[in-house]
Design a protein around this ligand. Structure first.
Ligand code: SAM
Length: 118
């Protein structure tokens, strides 16, 4: 942020205050949930993979968390997207997910619905 232009810094300051002064809870919750997931991932010597990045904002958030809490570490952020729309469940996803213990089609749909609203 120190490298950003004064205009951008002023805008970010404005957006930040608008977010906090707004009635929004969903955006804040999304950031907090990701923060919790991120903190849980820190002791795990693996990368962070976001499946379905859309515009990439979430991926940049993971990177900012990494920069803040584990700068210079080996953990990387990888993002994937089929750019096929957000409601379509691809048959291959179901097959891959069905290898997870306790997986049911209902739990997959619940998880998918939860991801969409997260
Ligand atoms: C709700 S958006 C994700 C938003 C992003 N994760 C965020 O939080 O800002 C869902 C994205 O998942 C992608 N997607 C849906 N099914 C997918 C699949 N089977 N493989 C890869 N990407 C997929 C869609 O193209 C869409 O861009």
């Amino acid at each position: 942020m120190q490298d950003a232009s004064p205009d951008i810094r002023t805008q970010v300051w404005e957006w930040y205050h608008r977010l906090l002064l707004s009635p929004d809870i969903e955006r804040i919750r999304k950031l907090l949930v990701r923060y919790d997931l991120f903190k849980g991932s820190l002791p795990v010597p693996r990368d962070i993979v976001e499946c379905g990045v859309l515009k990439g904002a979430g991926s940049l958030y993971w990177l900012k968390l990494l920069h803040s809490y584990a700068p210079g570490g080996a953990k990387r952020v990888m993002g994937f997207d089929a750019f096929c729309g957000s409601r379509r469940i691809i048959a291959g996803d179901y097959v891959a997910a069905s290898r997870i213990p306790d997986f049911t089609s209902a739990s997959y749909l619940d998880t998918y619905a939860g991801t969409k609203s997260a």
